[in-house]
Design a protein around this ligand. Sequence first.
Ligand SMILES: Cc1ncc(COP(=O)(O)O)c(C=O)c1O
Length: 381
Amino acid sequence: MPIDFSKIPSPCYVIDEALLRGNLEIIKDVRDKAGIEIILALKGFAMWSVFPIIKEYGFNYATASSYNEARLAHEEMGTFAYTYCPAFSETDFERTAKLSSHITFNSLSQFEKFYPQIKNSNKKISVGLRVNPEFSEIKTLLYNPCAPGTRLGITASNLKDKLPNGVEGLHFHALCESNSYDLEKTLAAFEKNFGHLLSQVKWVNMGGGHLMTRKDYDREHLIGLLTNFKNRYPHLQVILEPGAAFAWQTGYLIASVLDIVENSGIKTAMLDVSFTAHMPDCLEMPYKPLVLNTVDEEPGKPTYRLGGNSCLSGDYMGNWSFDHELGIGEKIIFNDMIHYTMVKTSTFNGVQHPSIGIWSDKTGFRSIRKFGYEDYKNRLS
Ligand SMILES: Cc1ncc(COP(=O)(O)O)c(C=O)c1O
């Protein structure tokens, strides 16, 4: 049964189970053919009600970037997290370590500060260092971990030829919605700078940003690249930790038109959702999201800006053309609104947080979570 948007209340994030399963099949295929470990990056997608579906495909591990994410992995995935955090406080380190099987440090100073606690504890934790390959194809600075002066990862000049005792892995993350050819170049830079250290470690984590579920992604090339890497370093376990790829194009943000205002010939459809609060990447990247049943601005067609319901002046985007004039109450369906949305929302202006639901071909729409005043109030005091 195809998704029936009229059955879904507004505002609501809705994931389509069949689309999620499609992505999981693809990622599983890559994992199995390349013989690597692929784990879910919770920072990109943490809708824990679908973790049981994700686990059906043998994805039993998650990467966490904080205590809260490590705890979610533990409580809802039943696993210890592969944790990387840009900087741990003492309190956070102690409680996060208890929930982690792997901990990657962002700097040598954090390693030196916290490694003695790991060494002296009874819990086995595999320790890694995040290194910075100083190469990235990402043009948007906001998303480029290798931008000049970056705080993320240790550069080659700051590492000696011998890794400190206790380090078992190296981690790099330099991609964002990237393809396998970007990984190939990044991997070459990583090997050029850090290849001499690879005999000293047991695993390499190639971070996230591998958008292997995008239609045009060359997965055979990725599998070839990883197989070749593994053949050259047979002692290494290879880990990828994508977030976006799991939830890429798996669902929608359902909104509706509350009002239409016009100024200087510009018509804005005022919605019951907000770009800044519910789709922040649209403004931050920025990028224009796909809206179902629209085309890019086309002369002669009814054309609108879509306006968010916060007071931020810039909480709008333009312009979409429809095949009819919009009416109050009409639904507006934003496509691909599952990754980096729910995890980034705010209750700015106290605007209504969209509910969260799932569409199944067999059972139709199921509402999973509604948000109310208490959710807004509990973030404040
Ligand atoms: C260290 C690290 N790992 C994994 C990811 C997940 O990346 P993506 O969701 O683009 O696959 C990120 C994203 O910022 C990251 O910083």
